[in-house]
Design a protein. Structure first.
Length: 326
């Protein structure tokens, strides 16, 4: 975990003030001798990998209008560059000299990402993850160790093996006008079958990890495959996540999850869920979710709260629930 080989079709290593746009990118592995698809130590692959390491804050990274497809990465690995677009901050050789590796002014927009493994678009995993422990996240921590001015907009992710679109360790990231379609395709026992010492058969549509005041709006997620998660949206271990004006349809794990004790101050408002399956909401041990002014169109027999995904506290305010006709 956190170590291994990565094959990248396009690699931006300690770069800044750069635009990559209007390219078609692929990174296949179908003819690599001796490489079996679902092995736990299979090589990680990316379409575009961005790495910050030994030059402190990296500014001005823009990925725009890219067509990225058939990236045959590792089914299991969530912690290294692995998938369509994946940006990381790695531990510097000498942080005292070069400063903390992190990002300012990152934009990923207008990209079409399909048939990739594992992630569709992931921006911001960091070696400094231990600095973000606990539920209350201090803004000063992000200004020193996290990422600033992150925008993920107008992208379409289809048939990703794992998660669709994720912002990580970012202060007030904006994620809007994206589509995640038919993802989590590999999170099943048939493909996810030789993990070795790796775990985590979980994936969701569009969500943050350890962000503060993240804003998700005007996104759409449809047909996420069932797994331990499998929902469209997930306020996951962050402080102050807001989902508003989003749409979800027929996601096998439901509409939204508020994930565990470190998911705090989260709001889900003015969204629409149509025929999401498994259970519409998953208030999984979170302390204080606010669910207000949403519209839920529910199939008969589907519970509002997903089985075994409850235990959290939430407040329902002015929501509308309609039962769908047969």
């Amino acid at each position: 975990m956190y170590h291994g080989y990565v094959s990248s079709a396009v690699l931006l290593y300690d770069a800044e003030y750069i635009i990559v746009e209007d390219l078609e990118i692929t990174n296949e592995a179908s003819e690599i001798i001796g490489e079996q698809y679902s092995l736990g130590d299979k090589m990680n692959r990316t379409g575009v990998a961005v790495v910050a390491k030994d030059k402190g804050v990296r500014h001005g990274i823009t990925l725009r209008n890219l067509l990225i497809h058939d990236v045959h990465g590792n089914v299991y690995d969530k912690h290294m560059n692995n998938g369509g677009i994946y940006m990381t901050a790695l531990r510097p050789k000498c942080e005292e000299t070069t400063g903390v590796a992190r990002y300012q002014d990152v934009t990923v927009e207008g990209c079409f990402v399909y048939q990739v493994s594992r992630w569709g678009i992931a921006v911001g995993y960091t070696y400094a993850h231990e600095k973000f422990q606990g539920a209350e996240l201090d803004e000063e921590t992000f200004l020193k160790y996290g990422h600033e001015n992150m925008k993920i907009c107008d992208n379409y992710v289809k048939a990703a093996g794992g998660d669709g679109i994720t912002a990580m360790y970012a202060l007030r990231p904006l994620v809007e006008h994206n589509m995640a379609d038919s993802i989590a395709c590999e999170m099943n026992d048939r493909i996810y079958c030789k993990p070795g010492d790796k775990a985590g058969k979980v994936a969701a549509g569009i969500w943050p990890w350890k962000c503060k005041d993240a804003l998700f709006r005007y996104n759409e997620v449809a047909d996420t495959r069932l797994n331990q998660d499998g929902m469209a949206y997930d306020a996951d271990s962050g402080d102050g996540t807001v989902y508003e004006y989003n749409y979800s349809r027929q996601n096998e794990g439901g509409c939204v999850m508020f994930c565990l004790q470190e998911a705090i101050h989260n709001t889900f408002r003015k969204n629409e869920s149509f025929d999401d399956l498994g259970g519409t909401i998953s208030p999984s041990e979170n302390p204080d979710a606010l669910i207000e002014e949403n519209v839920f169109y529910m199939r008969k027999g589907v519970p509002f709260v997903r089985k075994n995904m409850d235990g959290g506290k939430y407040e329902l305010v002015n929501n509308k629930i309609f039962e769908l006709d047969k």
